[in-house]
Write a protein that binds this ligand. Structure first.
Ligand code: URA
Ligand code: CA
Length: 443
């Protein structure tokens, strides 16, 4: 077998065999095939696509490229969650605590932010002392003891994805349904959970810009999950505006804590309830998603979710007092108010650009491995449909560099469109996709 023939075959739009897929995935993981040939192949895949069988074979071959985690020592049905990536997507931290508080074990491996999207591991590291690089045995012991843990993906897991993701990021081949589906599902399968809930984001601030691509991605991932014997349910949720009110790292953890104190914004809390209700159902603790959602609500109201979050922080070596004392978080030197320059209803937010603006302030990275500033970001509590009055404060820029902060203020105002007439709020949950079929929530 020869890599040039495989590139040639895909370039012409022909189907690759399981053996050919294995050949390039294992060859690339073991450094016997160079970056430039895989770059060409990834671009051919971006242009010509992969069918369901090729995508499944790619995913399973990627899983084989590294270690896999065995969670069988942990009692109960282990349920994992993954988001395809968004802006102010502060879901995982409160969600893991709320699901664990209801008795379903969550052994979550998360990623770092890349491009305009944030990453749970970066956010968590703003908690003083908290460790995210934890050996697998210790990780499993924490989940056994407190039912939840969130750690960085181990270095030896899905080696093919680490290499391919870095290459895709610099060859404009990230936004491909089969490549995203295999990237996400290989990591979820290797991480060992019995069931998986996926949050597929759609809209300006997501990789999938339209509903039809998002549905294809969701169906592809649910299919792969079934074939790998992991019950998988995907929700398609809106990313045409930042989901929460904070875009950054420390400020997103503060918002996560506010959610657990019952002070979270409606849209963020609704996504958490929807995914949490599903996780409790798959985990066998709720009879249906309705009951599951009520259990999530109760864990917010009675404080058990917040207590669980503190236990998780402490188990991972972090200072649990952060939940009561936000001054323990890294703080930016400057807080710059952004005031509306005219009055009107917010009709559109350039969400991807808002994410990039937070990265410009230092909250995210443009290259893998870049150091980030955990204290900076944007507080932007306004949503589409809200009325703003000229001169009112609509956002705050948190920066350690006055010049950058002033520039971000000017740029942010250009990313928000106002209309004179009333504007409807955006839909939030579009579809639920499972083995049983597709359920539509809203038009
Ligand atoms: N998240 C992933 O893990 N992989 C992708 O390819 C895109 C989003
Ligand atoms: Ca855009």
């Amino acid at each position: 077998m020869n890599i040039i023939d495989i590139i040639e075959k895909k370039k012409r739009g022909n189907k690759l065999t399981k053996e050919e897929i294995d050949f390039f995935v294992q060859g690339y993981s073991r450094d016997t095939i160079p970056d430039y040939q895989i770059s060409a192949l990834l671009m051919a895949i971006w242009c010509k696509g992969l069918d369901r069988e090729e995508t499944t074979n790619l995913t399973l071959s990627m899983v084989k490229s590294g270690e896999t985690v065995d969670l069988s020592q942990i009692d109960g049905i282990k349920v994992d969650k993954h988001s395809s990536g968004g802006v102010a997507d502060t879901v995982s931290l409160p969600l893991v605590a709320l699901v664990a508080a209801n008795g379903v074990p969550v052994a979550k491996m998360s990623g770092r932010g890349l491009g305009h999207t944030g990453g749970t591991i970066d956010k968590l590291e703003s908690i003083p002392g908290l460790k995210t690089e934890i050996p697998i045995e210790e990780f499993i012991n924490i989940v056994k003891r407190v039912k939840g843990a969130i750690v960085a993906q181990s270095k030896n897991l899905v080696i093919a994805d680490k290499k391919m993701y870095a290459l895709r990021d610099v060859t404009a081949t990230v936004d491909s349904v089969p490549l995203i589906a295999s990237s996400i599902m290989s990591k979820k399968i290797a991480a060992g959970a019995d069931a998986i809930v996926l949050d597929v984001k759609v809209g300006d601030g997501a990789f999938m810009k339209n509903l039809s691509d998002a549905l294809t991605l969701a169906k592809t991932m649910v299919d792969i999950g079934s074939l790998a014997k992991r019950k998988t349910v995907a929700y398609i949720t809106d990313m045409n505006e930042p989901l929460g009110d904070a875009i950054g790292n420390a400020i997103e953890v503060e918002e996560a804590i506010d959610v657990l104190k019952g002070k979270g914004g409606k849209r963020l809390v609704n996504v958490i309830k929807t995914l949490g209700g599903e996780m409790l159902t798959l985990g066998g603790k709720a009879k249906d998603t309705q009951q599951g959602q009520e259990m999530i609500e109760r864990a917010i109201e009675d404080g058990t979710g917040l207590r669980k979050f503190r236990e998780i922080i402490q188990a991972q070596g972090g200072n649990p007092h952060v939940t009561e004392n936000f001054s323990l978080f890294p703080k930016a030197k400057f807080r710059i108010e952004v005031k509306a320059e005219e009055s009107g209803y917010i009709s559109h937010i350039e969400t991807e650009e808002v994410g990039k603006l937070a990265a410009f302030l230092g909250a995210g990275r443009t290259k893998k491995g870049e150091k980030i500033d955990l204290s900076v970001g944007i507080l932007f509590p306004k949503k589409v449909g809200d009325f703003v009055k000229k001169g009112d404060k609509i956002a705050e820029i948190l920066s350690n560099d006055m010049g950058k902060g002033e520039e971000a203020k000017k740029r942010l105002l250009k990313l928000i469109e106002l209309k004179e007439n009333k504007v409807q709020p955006l839909p939030l949950i579009y579809y639920r996709v499972s083995e049983e079929g597709i359920k539509k929530f809203i038009e």
